[in-house]
Write a protein that binds this ligand. Structure first.
Ligand code: PBG
Length: 332
């Protein structure tokens, strides 16, 4: 479409901006609580929570409090909650066996949410970093993150989560071949309708710092994740990854981080037209919240503006720590 621009004064583009009613009539995008997936951090214990200093306003919750959060999400019209476990350093191991234990804290949280708020979808995270002694998403052998052995462990993790009732599996590890391997294993065990929202275009980003504090991986992490997460300089590669993940059986794809990668969201949506999500990650939350706390930005306004940016870029939904606050404002 080539826009034709009439000469002034035929075209006074300010005419349609003059009143709230006119602006509402021509508004191209809208946000709704149904656009959000709310990531929450779960820890051992009961009826307790622990604030995460680098994410003001976000706390790790015990399983019973995650169930309460799920009820709150349901009441606010948020369709899905995503569960991330906190693991202290002394509970991390080299074989990461806790990752596929159906009684680990994340899997107990899945069951608790399904019971407390059956109307909302439960999403999981699949990667070894919350359990790994070295904080990497995969097994490390001779200093290298090994692909195929890691995929074997991720498949066990996926099956355990499916058995606990997860609706959406979220492989965030960036190993090759994991989507196909999970899809085959899910079919073989009868979990035909469990969906996969693949972290497809996940970049090696410095914006994940506060998240690593939240799950207890900051101290653990040795080295970086540049041999499996994407180079922030790349864009065409994201399209190859989307094509690959869809062909292996992903139902939905994700771009991560969010705000610095809206161009990737738009390219993915335009080229594939599939359900496309973005993750507004911990560092994005932290920078907006920190500026708001200093009085440098209007917190609610920059939150809503940043979320609208994802819709304008073509996203069908956004994983965001702002989900409950934004849903409250939208419902008010
Ligand atoms: C780990 C994982 C990460 C995030 C989600 N899953 C961190 C990482 O890759 O190091 C980041 C989310 C955020 O920063 O909010 N598999």
């Amino acid at each position: 479409m080539t826009p034709t621009v009439a000469p002034f004064p035929a075209a006074r583009l300010r005419r349609l901006r003059r009143t709230p009613a006119l602006r509402a009539m021509v508004r191209e995008n809208a946000l709704s609580p149904s656009d959000f997936i709310w990531p929450v951090f779960v820890m051992e214990g009961t009826d307790a929570e622990e604030p995460i200093p680098s994410m003001p306003g976000v706390s790790r919750l015990t399983v019973d409090r995650v169930a309460k959060a799920a009820k709150r999400a349901e009441a606010l019209g948020i369709p899905a909650i995503c569960i991330f476990p906190y693991t202290p350093q002394d509970a991390r191991t080299e074989d990461c066996a806790m990752a596929w234990d159906t009684d680990n804290v994340a899997n107990r949280a899945i069951r608790a949410v399904k019971e407390a708020a059956p109307g909302i979808a439960v999403m999981t995270d699949i990667a070894l970093d919350p359990y790994n002694i070295n904080g990497q998403d995969g097994y490390v052998v001779d200093g290298e993150v090994v692909n195929d052995e890691t995929v074997g462990a991720l498949v066990k993790m996926a099956l355990a989560q499916a058995r606990c009732g997860a609706d959406i599996l979220g492989p965030s590890d960036m190993m090759d071949g994991r989507i196909g391997a999970m899809r085959d294993a899910l079919e073989a065990e009868g979990h035909r309708d469990v969906t996969i929202l693949s972290y497809t275009a996940k970049y090696a980003s410095a914006f994940y710092g506060p998240f690593r504090d939240a799950v207890g991986a900051s101290g653990a992490l040795k080295g970086d994740k540049t041999t499996y997460q994407m180079d922030p300089a790349n864009s065409d590669e994201a399209l190859r990854l989307v094509e690959r993940d869809l062909s292996e059986g992903a139902d939905m794809v994700m771009v991560k981080p969010g705000m610095p990668y809206l161009d990737i969201c738009r390219r993915v949506k335009d080229q594939f037209g599939v359900p496309t999500f973005a993750y507004q990650v911990s560092g994005e939350y932290a920078m907006l919240t920190a500026a708001a706390q200093n009085g440098w930005l209007d917190g609610d306004k920059v939150m809503m503006e940043s979320l609208m940016g994802f819709k304008r870029a073509g996203c069908d939904g956004i994983l965001t720590y702002f989900a409950p606050r934004a849903a409250e404002l939208l419902g008010a």
